[in-house]
Design a protein around this ligand. Structure first.
Ligand code: NAG
Ligand code: NAG
Ligand code: NAG
Ligand code: NAG
Ligand code: NAG
Ligand code: NAG
Ligand code: NAG
Length: 405
């Protein structure tokens, strides 16, 4: 690049930056907003040691008056509320007097229980990042938990959300039902989340990461992961260190999540990767990581080998969708840990025509209804199989009886 061009670019950027910085918010005299502080350089308002919404309201009325006097825009880059004694944000209308923030950070407020849905109403179309961290009581009450997600779903420009290490118990039904077209990363790590209700993430059509590591999830309902698939990029979902067992996933759950995903379920309590649940998942070439689970490599594992989903020692460089697994085999009456499987390990397993039929049915299915049809048919086939077995049994008994007489 020529010096000339560089120079003109620098001048251009100065011209672009200048008018904006002259309009942006300024710091008022210190005592107007005490105990909050304002940092000009970062364009930040930081408040600690606040005991009530009333105090906050007074501070922001002063701040807004001062901004009006100076004809400055009431927009700050960041608002931090740290280690306050607040229990409730938004119990008074319009506490921020129309001042808005591009980034909101609420942390270590040990008494904070509730954020009113409209508390930050002037920031709803401005804020791109929210960090709500380490507020141990936030979300522990049922209605406050619902109110919290209602508040968050109103930020239409949100890009990243950290809701980590709080007291959140569940993700409510339709929690993210509004359109938040910029929301790409969602961290819900280290809460006490026991369940995700149906359609919780339904509106997040650009989401790329959902991190639920370190929670108490033990069951997911059929529509809990349903998202409208407006983007085709890989969606990463982390469910490490939860309490998920094999029956935590209802068959059909991945038929309603019509995206390719990377799912990490390390450190859970899965003993099987069942075909009824995961055929739809692997059909989209989604990737599953399952280290540190008590998997059993019994005949229920064979479908994964048959479909080249699990490592096959004859073809070590294959691109396998099931990763980081370890399973134990109790073939020889003592547990043996296996990292890579061979067809030999399944010599004793009966051929199961049902697994083939299920695979074919799924590969022809073009929407979730058709995939669910495959699952229902499979259940019926199994019932039919049982019925035939029972009839055969009685037939044989009957023959034996005849011979006997
Ligand atoms: C918090 O505020 C109270 C009075 O409002 C004051 O006595 C106390 O020193 C303040 N604490 C800190 C850490 O600023
Ligand atoms: C926020 O709410 C207050 C009253 O609750 C209202 O006066 C104000 O206009 C609202 N602001 C926006 C941007 O909706
Ligand atoms: C955001 O909301 C403010 C009112 O609070 C409004 O003046 C502004 O036009 C809105 N911006 C966009 C992009 O919608
Ligand atoms: C989202 O859900 C809430 C509560 O369930 C409801 O009041 C609201 O109308 C819903 N919004 C949309 C866009 O569906
Ligand atoms: C959603 O997925 C289905 C099936 O994979 C596809 O036919 C459809 O075009 C997708 N919709 C969008 C908006 O990408
Ligand atoms: C793991 O699952 C088994 C049943 O598969 C159950 O008996 C056991 O209690 C579970 N362990 C934990 C730590 O949840
Ligand atoms: C394992 O890999 C070999 C070599 O690519 C292949 O011939 C064999 O069919 C594979 N086994 C299974 C069960 O897919």
């Amino acid at each position: 690049m020529s010096i000339h061009r560089k120079l003109s670019m620098i001048i251009m950027s100065v011209i672009i930056i200048l008018p904006q910085s002259s309009k942006s918010a300024v710091c008022p005299p210190r005592d107007l907003i005490i105990p909050c502080k304002c940092a000009n350089y970062f364009n930040l308002i930081e408040c600690t040691n606040i005991t009530s919404d009333f105090d906050l309201k007074k501070i922001f009325i002063n701040l807004k008056n001062e901004l009006d006097k100076q004809h400055a825009r009431p927009v700050y880059d960041e608002f931090k509320l740290v280690q306050t004694q607040l229990e409730h944000i938004g119990s008074i209308d319009d506490i921020f007097s129309g001042v808005s923030f591009r980034r909101i950070s609420l942390s270590r407020n040990n008494r904070l229980k509730r954020i009113e849905p409209n508390a930050f109403n002037s920031s709803h179309n401005v804020t791109t990042e929210i960090m709500i961290e380490d507020n141990e009581l936030l979300g522990s009450n049922h209605n406050d938990n619902i109110g919290l997600f209602d508040a968050i779903s109103r930020f239409v420009a949100l890009n990243t959300l950290h809701l980590t290490d709080n007291g959140i118990r569940f993700i409510p039904k339709y929690a993210f039902n509004r359109s938040q077209p910029a929301l790409r990363q969602l961290f819900l790590t280290d809460n006490r989340i026991e369940r995700i209700e149906d359609y919780a993430f339904i509106g997040l059509n650009a989401i790329e990461l959902i991190n639920l590591d370190g929670n108490h999830l033990n069951k997911l309902s059929l529509h809990s992961l349903e998202i409208k698939n407006t983007t085709q990029s890989l969606l990463r979902i982390f469910l490490r260190s939860n309490k998920l067992q094999t029956n935590a996933f209802p068959p059909g759950i991945f038929s309603y999540l019509r995206r390719r995903i990377y799912l990490n379920m390390n450190i859970n309590n899965l003993s099987q990767i069942s075909q009824n649940v995961f055929q739809s998942f692997f059909k989209r070439r989604s990737i599953l990581s399952v280290s540190k689970n008590p998997l059993k490599c019994d005949c229920d594992f064979k479908w994964l080998l048959d479909q080249n989903i699990v490592y096959n020692s004859s073809n070590p460089n294959g691109d396998y969708l099931l990763r980081d697994y370890q399973c134990t085999s109790d073939n020889d009456n003592h547990d043996r840990i296996i990292n890579g499987m061979n067809l030999d390990d399944f010599d004793h397993c009966p051929e199961s025509p049902i697994t083939q039929t299920l695979k074919q049915c799924f590969s022809q299915a073009s929407d979730e209804e058709q995939e669910l049809f495959c699952l229902n048919r499979n259940v019926n086939d199994r019932h039919l199989g049982h019925t035939i077995l029972v009839i055969t049994f009685f037939f044989i008994c009957f023959q034996k009886l005849l011979v006997f007489f």
